[in-house]
Design a protein around this ligand. Structure first.
Ligand SMILES: *Cc1c(COP(=O)(O)O)cnc(C)c1O
Length: 411
């Protein structure tokens, strides 16, 4: 692994642990459970605490097993640095804790993961102003910018209605204005899309989903692509300006969010997620192929009112998606025609499981308006394009014919 850049996506992940000395030649990074790290020289301990020497201080701020996963994600995103958190929401919450102050303004896509939407409502109560815009057109983002705008936040393919943000044009706008552009890459994963290519400064990945991929561990990450000039960010504390400028953002996030709020990823979870990541590309290929086949079959069925999947030519951002992503993802949603009850339909599915995760190896279905988007109420749901009968499907790696048969026989 002398030059990781020359290897492909999966090869790089499989061999990334060995880029640094690994204990006893273990082919997996071992699970380090120690919370404290001892130094033979007390002065060395002080230097580590002062950031003058690299090393681990205390498990809340970092751990060798977690650091190996952070390196893997940095490699996948071809970026500069990554910090892992206990969950995807902890990673997004870290942004607000570390980087935003009362009086700041955020422009966010209106088409959002439900809990991210709720988080923005929470910070609104803390003196941060959030504008929700239709981010499928850059003009809406531009119109919402104010002199106090610190962050523009979008998802690649929105969950569950699959609207695709105008990613490249928003990136160019943020670059011109010196605004931090944050892209939640969970739905596309770094295998289908790298936000760095559209000039994102920070990338969010919910590792719980496709990267871990087996529904057996929670985790999240923030990745600094290295493209944002932190000297232009007004809220950096002087203590973190001791570091070279490219490190300011991550230094502040690691201290102000991970250290002070403590949503640290456990080493056991980091291990599960790292093992899952090894097969992410293989799983994504199967999931994307299955999703396209199912979406096409349902769209052709007269009992279906609408299918939302960027891989279908009928999707409003189909061409944009084709230009941006190497495939269209493993998630789609659909609406049944009036008269067919969405609960009855889901109950007749024999393979697909009613559950709220996504990016699992198994196909999962959920009635969106009645579960994950229930709390926000009918008005906000309508503004996000969420019909009361909408079923979200997170497509797994089952054999394609079995899935097609399951969704057909359930009518
Ligand atoms: C699931 C998800 C999150 C949150 O991740 P958790 O690990 O469940 O906290 C954030 N963004 C998107 C797009 C998601 O799908």
């Amino acid at each position: 692994m002398s030059d990781p850049k020359k290897y492909g996506f999966t090869t790089t992940i499989l061999h990334s642990d060995r880029q640094k000395p690994i204990e006893h030649g273990s082919l997996h990074k071992p699970i380090h459970t120690a919370v404290a790290f001892g130094y033979q020289d007390a002065r060395e301990l002080a230097e580590v605490f002062q950031g003058k020497k690299s090393g681990y201080r205390y498990g809340r701020q970092g751990n060798p097993t977690v650091a190996a996963l952070e390196d893997k994600i940095t490699g996948m995103e071809q970026a500069a640095a990554t910090i892992c958190f206990a969950t995807g929401m902890a990673a997004i919450g870290a942004l607000t804790q570390a980087l935003l102050r009362a009086g700041d303004h955020v422009v966010s896509s209106a088409f959002l993961f439900g809990n991210t939407n709720s988080l923005w409502q929470t910070v609104t109560q803390q003196g941060i102003d959030v504008s929700f815009v239709d981010a499928t057109a850059v003009a809406n983002v531009e119109a919402a910018l104010t002199p106090a705008t610190r962050i523009v936040f979008v998802e690649t393919i929105a969950n569950p209605r699959t609207q695709v943000a105008d990613l490249a044009r928003i990136g160019e706008l943020c670059r011109q204005r010196g605004i931090l552009y944050v892209v939640d890459n969970t739905m596309t994963t770094p295998y289908l899309f790298r936000p760095k290519d559209v000039h994102a400064g920070l990338v969010v990945n919910a590792l719980t989903k496709a990267i871990g991929g087996h529904g057996n561990a929670l985790g999240g990450s923030l990745t600094d692509t290295g493209l944002y000039d932190w000297a232009r960010y007004p809220n950096i504390f002087d203590t973190y300006k001791r570091y070279p400028t490219p490190q300011w953002g991550m230094a502040q996030i690691r201290a102000k969010s991970l250290r002070d709020f403590g949503a640290s990823l456990s080493p056991e979870s980091a291990h599960h997620l790292a093992v899952g990541a090894e097969t992410m590309a293989l799983r994504m290929e199967r999931e994307c192929a299955n999703a396209l086949a199912l979406a096409q079959m349902l769209e052709a069925d007269e009992r279906v009112a609408a299918v939302h999947y960027p891989g279908l030519p009928s999707h409003p951002q189909h061409t944009l998606s084709r230009d941006l992503f190497s495939a269209y993802g493993g998630l789609f949603s659909f609406e049944l025609k009036e008269g067919i009850d969405c609960f009855d339909y889901m109950n007749r599915l024999k393979l697909a499981v009613p559950a709220s995760n996504l990016g699992d190896t198994r196909t999962l279905v959920i009635p969106v308006a009645h579960t994950i988007f229930y709390e926000m109420g009918p008005e906000r749901r309508a503004s996000m394009g969420i019909a009361e009968s909408l079923i979200r499907v997170s497509v797994g790696i089952e054999d394609t014919a079995d899935l097609l048969e399951d969704f057909k026989q359930a009518f």
